[in-house]
Design a protein around this ligand. Sequence first.
Ligand code: CTP
Ligand code: CA
Length: 224
Amino acid sequence: EQDILNQLPLKNKHVLITAGPTYEAIDPVRFIGNHSSGKMGFEIARTAANLGAKVTLISGPTQQKLAHKSVEIVPVISAQEMYDAVHAHFKDCDIAILSAAVADYKPKDVATQKIKKKTSTLSIDLIKTKDILASLGAIKTSQFLVGFALETQNELENAKGKLKKKNLDLIVLNSLQDKGAGFKTETNKVTFIAKDTTVTAFDLKLKSEVAVDLINEIIKKIDA
Ligand code: CTP
Ligand code: CA
């Protein structure tokens, strides 16, 4: 049994993963959110743990469940909470995979009381959230840093831009063009772009299969 465990490719590796949406409060009863299911991140966590990794999974609000002795789930709500949790764990991780659909903007002020229905139109000022992935790219030392890019136009060009700007080792381009790819589905159509400019495109697959492809790619790059 010991020999089998020694062969696990991610043994002794600590993998940090973000998953799901974030919710940004408007008032005590309302928020700005998105349709992320968290499925992709949870599948990546499961795959990494099955290959021997210790996994810290920082997840926004989701219905996903994962019981695995090597996976610690840290639940968060907002982009700021996710930022804080990620930074608390980044220094001692070997691989960080940021698949969460983090809100880009949040309400500038959170109303302390429920906003009452009065005027015929209502505007809420929004301010940018912190870019968690970019903040890790700016401080990383030996960690292998992986981001996602959700694009609807100029896909490759935009994804390559994010890889460079955020100082990533690998970016997963998520194509929303095909029916059957994206937030509410069991499948994704992805392309991996590595720092060394290698581009690997895949067909539409189950998210569980995409997770295996991604972890395989990371292992290859780390060993190279
Ligand atoms: N990301 C993050 N923190 C944010 C916004 C995004 O960590 N505040 C991460 C996502 O988890 C993903 C990557 O950045 O890994 C790219 O997210 P995406 O929404 O595709 O790109 P943005 O940089 O937010 O740019 P835009 O939405 O304008 O395309
Ligand atoms: Ca975004």
